[in-house]
Ligand binder design. Structure first.
Ligand SMILES: Cc1ncc(C[n+]2csc(CCOP(=O)(O)OP(=O)(O)O)c2C)c(N)n1
Ligand SMILES: [Mg+2]
Length: 496
């Protein structure tokens, strides 16, 4: 259920084919007798019950079309117990024919967008998961406009982080300094494949210019949290290509971008340096960990995250080079996602490096699944950011409440999980241990054995995301509530 809900909110196509009770016996209270269609109604694009053999193949084709068309999502098909149990005759087997195509791009919308872009002094691009197959088009547009590029969390991989115009995730108070500064004064935003959701906007803290050009395959997302000046329904690639072609035809020449590139580089270098500065003998510095990890991974390596503080540290400190190679649970934010997802990624891409970054809390939910990786000889690397807490929540609690309510974990012995599942176990105690442990893990994983790295991570510094979200939310509280929160925090920090 959580996986299906995650796919629903993340726009991931998923065909879920399940069994169900027998419909031919007339019996009530069978085992597992629940109305699965009703249960799944709110988290699928469609849910079907099939109880005739002749409906199996047409329903699967229909489900596939629904799952993959427009904004993708999960479709559920229950094949009732009796048709799975007994064979049946069907007249013919239909051949699959794609029943949908992307909508035509509205040329009036493109012209209106071009007018806005040409009049803009400082355009910017904001890309989400919906633009995942439009990377080369987005690069062309960004270079043409000399515009900085920011992404959502789920869309982090969509624009290569080693491109000089890539600024970071988001661009409001919750973004890293490079993105915040690169988007200062942005007077025209071209947003592609994004929904301006809570997480991506840092709790709606981003200032969106009035001249918003919003492009998406799903028209339901337009004008929801921010009103668009121009909304264009369509596939991201088609729309960006139409924009580039129109801009060139109207005589737009490549804009200068040396200054913005220099700003981004300076700020990015300073940010990562600030996370690596003090060598840590007690714990592992996130900056050192991600810098060394990046050095050891190919551009087409996959990094899979869970939900927590480690997610935002990955987003801020690990540059992703290839679209669809950073996999995250995003708008359902389901903890426990990472381990099974990383196993699935390694299973489908056995020749690629796969590294999971997971919090200790999330790992405690699904870690034993690693037994599947061992059984199938899948050499994925599972890095547990071990801080003994549900940090993303305990950090939010600590500032206003000076309490950690239900967010402190027991001391888990992750070596026990490694022994139980057949994975190799390595401990990373401090900065000095980072390179040696990573090298060892790479070697073991290449031989098809999963590796658990128990990373004694240093969470003493908060991510830009966490700091920004706390500020934005407090700032938006009604005055009396703000006073109540600040008063309580001061009192508790003084008296406890
Ligand atoms: C199933 C589920 N329960 C609760 C949450 C709320 N939540 C978001 S992040 C987080 C803390 C995660 O802790 P951990 O896995 O240790 O990662 P860390 O933040 O410490 O890096 C919690 C409880 C969630 N996203 N999913
Ligand atoms: Mg934790």
């Amino acid at each position: 259920m959580s996986g299906i809900g995650e796919a629903y909110l993340d726009g991931v196509p998923l065909l879920v084919i399940s069994g169900g009770i027998r419909r031919d016996t007339g019996k009530s209270y069978q085992l597992h007798d629940i109305d699965q269609q009703r249960v799944l109604d709110g988290i699928t694009k469609a849910a079907f019950l099939v109880n005739r053999h002749e409906d199996v193949i047409p329903t699967i084709y229909k489900g596939y079309d629904i799952a993959t068309s427009g904004e993708p999502g999960p479709v559920f098909i229950e094949l009732s117990g009796d048709i799975q149990l007994f064979s049946g005759e069907v007249e013919d087997l239909p051949v699959y024919q794609k029943a949908w195509k992307n909508p035509e791009i509205d040329q009036a919308g493109i012209s209106a967008a071009i007018d806005l872009i040409k009049a803009a002094k400082k355009p910017g691009l904001y890309l989400g998961w919906g633009a995942r197959d439009a990377t080369s088009d987005a690069i062309e547009l960004a270079e043409l406009l000399g515009a900085p590029v920011s992404t959502t969390l789920q869309g982090l991989s969509v624009f290569p982080a080693n491109h000089p115009l890539h600024a970071g995730m988001g661009f409001g108070p919750s973004a890293v300094p490079a993105a915040r500064k690169a988007f200062e004064g942005c007077d025209c935003l071209i947003a592609v494949g994004v929904r301006f959701a809570e997480l991506a906007t840092g709790s709606y803290g981003m200032s969106i210019p009035e001249n918003l050009i919003h492009i998406d395959i799903n028209p339901a997302v337009f004008h929801k949290n921010y009103t668009a000046r121009v909304a264009i329904e369509g596939d991201a690639s088609d729309a960006i290509q139409a924009l580039c072609a129109g801009l060139k035809k109207s005589g737009a020449s490549m804009r200068e971008s040396a200054k913005i590139q220099a700003l981004i580089k300076t700020e990015k270098d300073a940010y990562i340096r600030s996370w690596c500065e003090k060598p840590n003998a007690e714990r592992v510095s996130p900056g050192i960990f991600f810098t060394e990890l990046r050095k050891r991974l190919a551009d087409d390596a996959y990094v899979v995250v869970d939900d927590g503080n480690h997610t935002f540290l990955t987003a801020e400190l690990f540059p992703v080079h290839k679209s669809k190679h950073l996999i995250s649970p995003t708008d359902f934010n389901c903890m426990g996602y990472c381990v099974p997802a990383a196993i699935g990624v390694k299973l489908t891409h056995p020749d690629k490096q796969v590294v999971a970054i997971v919090g200790d809390g999330g790992f405690l939910m699904t870690g034993p699944e690693i037994i599947t990786a061992s059984r199938l000889g899948l050499g994925a690397i599972f890095c547990i950011f071990n801080d003994g807490e549900l940090a993303q929540i305990s950090q939010f609690q600590q500032i206003p409440l000076n309490r950690k309510t239900c967010t402190v974990l027991g001391e888990a012995n992750f070596e026990g999980v490694a022994i139980a599942t057949g994975a190799a176990y390595l401990k990373m105690e401090n900065d000095a241990g980072v390179t040696g442990v990573l090298d060892q893990a790479m070697k073991i994983s290449e031989d098809g054995r999963p590796v658990i790295i128990d990373v004694k991570i240093d969470y003493s510094r908060k991510s830009s995301f966490t700091q920004g979200v706390v500020k934005v939310n407090l700032g938006r509280f009604p005055f009396s509530q703000k006073l109540r929160f600040i008063g309580r925090a001061v009192k508790r920090h003084l008296m406890d």
